[in-house]
Design a protein around this ligand. Structure first.
Ligand SMILES: Cc1cc2nc3c(=O)[nH]c(=O)nc-3n(C[C@H](O)[C@H](O)[C@H](O)COP(=O)(O)OP(=O)(O)OC[C@H]3O[C@@H](n4cnc5c(N)ncnc54)[C@H](O)[C@@H]3O)c2cc1C
Length: 461
């Protein structure tokens, strides 16, 4: 990296409408903090873009000065790829323009939107597009890795609803991409992450959702986990696409609908969401209440936007986090034994193992129709190692790694790119799967010098 002169930095400041933050400023200190407190990187510059031309200037500046470049939108990536040491961060978090076209059922957004922002704008028109389950996540990073949440079994991955995207590539050119404009790049953006340029705008297809939906939690004791998991496996295999049920195993948080005596004890919770008319959903949900001894239940009709934020209190920024993840095409009894064994030895009250149900419409496209290859994944399992004190780092990380190893024999071998931790470079090919080589060719065409390298990196082919 070249040493930057005051004059060079001043030149950049004069070119951009947003802020250029450097070490020593309070705003720099807060801007370099991201969701995962394990990440403590010190970029030379953070360009807080206010307009998409700022992105062009920042890309050109980084390239011309040989700076490592990172891209931050929501700052949620567990691997901390939104930040870099010594380089330039393009921070899009302030770019929050959004416009909904209710007739065409489309939403056009800038890249700084969080899931809460896009849900608020689209739900004002009774519409939504599938995104994730924690409302402070950035739409941009989530989309570029694939994106899934409560609506995905019914309406597909987030990328399956992407209509177009505007990208600043390594030369500083701005390209509009869609099925008919730079289709190779549009293909690569849908699962290939931030490898190809800085996306400044996304346009998504919307669907009628809510505004009220049937959703909530049904909680069973961990002692019944194996039977609950077995019944869940049968249930979800038959469930309609509109019904999504995810499973979380952890220590019970102090939820008001659980008796005090349950707080802090091992539980298995079914998180239930029905995408269509709540009345139709009621009888479909009923069998989930009969899997065993219900410790507590909170399933009812509530605004979609409220359900989209229901898990936020458990996923606040600022904790230390280490994740390991596997995809599964089937759930084996042997896997259930391993899960239960590791829930017995949770290293902190915030750690959890969850299974997201995919399938439904997400499985319909062929693996090479978008860069996201894992259309056969019926479940994404994530070990959320989460704790507060750095003294617990090794213990919690070891627990997550050990569980990951023990559960590997039952997994499909693939992994969701957005769940990879910083030390999982050896799993990058598993994350891009059969599409890696084609992605490498697109990378060579649009970013031959690998300017966009602070990510789950695809080497130019
Ligand atoms: C608590 C939590 C819950 C989650 N739940 C879900 C979920 O339900 N479903 C799901 O699919 N995922 C989920 N994720 C994973 C999430 O999709 C990834 O963490 C994703 O990277 C977050 O995007 P971001 O914009 O917030 O990330 P950032 O950290 O800002 O960016 C991550 C990377 O994405 C790329 N990137 C970001 N913005 C751009 C851009 N504008 N142009 C080009 N590249 C860009 C860059 O490579 C960047 O390094 C969750 C993550 C967390 C922490």
């Amino acid at each position: 990296m070249m040493n930057l002169s005051v004059t060079q930095i001043q030149g950049l400041k004069e070119n951009v409408a947003g802020e250029v933050l450097v070490p020593g400023q309070d705003a720099y200190e807060s801007a370099r903090k991201i969701w995962n407190a394990m990440v403590d990187k010190h970029p030379a510059l953070i360009v807080r873009c206010a307009a998409h031309l700022d992105v062009v200037h920042a890309v050109n500046f980084a390239r011309d000065n040989g700076l490592v470049l990172a891209i931050r939108s929501g700052g949620h990536n567990i691997a901390g790829s939104a930040m870099c040491d010594g380089g330039l961060v393009i921070d899009l978090s302030q770019m929050k323009a959004v416009s909904v076209d209710p007739e065409q059922r489309r939403v056009s957004i800038e890249s700084g939107l969080t899931l809460a922002d896009i849900d608020a704008a689209t739900q004002a028109c009774g519409l939504a597009t599938p995104v994730g389950i924690n409302s402070t996540t950035g739409v941009a990073g989530l989309t570029l890795g694939g994106g899934f949440g409560w609506l995905s079994r019914k309406y597909g991955l987030t990328i399956d609803n992407l209509v177009s995207a505007e990208v600043v590539i390594a030369t500083g050119e701005v390209l509009r991409t869609s099925a008919t404009e730079h289709p190779d790049l549009f293909w690569a953006l849908r699962g290939g992450g931030g490898n190809f340029g800085v996306v400044t705008h996304f346009e998504f297809q919307l669907h009628p959702v809510g505004p009220d939906v049937l959703s909530g939690l049904i909680v069973y004791p961990i002692a019944e986990a194996k039977s609950v998991l077995q019944q869940y496996r049968e249930f979800i295999a038959q469930a309609p696409d509109a019904l999504s049920v995810w499973v979380v195993l952890r220590k019970a948080p102090p939820l008001p609908f659980l008796p005090d005596s349950v707080h802090g004890t091992g539980i298995i919770a079914l998180a239930v969401f029905y995408a269509d008319d709540p009345q139709q959903g009621e009888p479909l949900v009923e069998p989930l209440r009969k899997f065993g001894t219900v410790l507590g239940e909170h399933v009812g009709v509530q605004p979609y936007t409220a359900w989209q934020q229901a898990f936020d209190p458990l996923l606040t920024p600022g904790a230390r986090n280490y994740w390991k993840s596997h995809n599964f095409s089937t759930l084996d009894d042997g896997l259930f034994d391993v899960v239960i064994q590791y829930i017995d030895t949770l290293p902190s009250p915030q750690c959890e193992i969850f299974f997201a149900a995919l399938g439904g419409v997400t499985s319909q496209p062929s693996p090479d129709s978008t860069a996201y290859a894992h259309r056969d994944a019926r479940f994404a399992m994530n070990v959320h190692g989460r704790w507060d004190d750095s003294a617990d780092d090794q213990r919690c990380i070891d627990w997550a790694r050990d569980f990951f190893e023990a559960s590997a024999p039952f997994a499909s071998g693939s992994v969701y790119v957005n769940f990879l931790s910083a030390d999982e470079g050896d799993r990058i090919r598993n994350a891009y799967g059969v599409n890696y080589d084609r992605l490498a060719q697109v990378k060579r065409k649009y970013d031959p010098e690998n300017l966009f390298c602070t990510n789950q990196n695809i080497q130019p082919g």
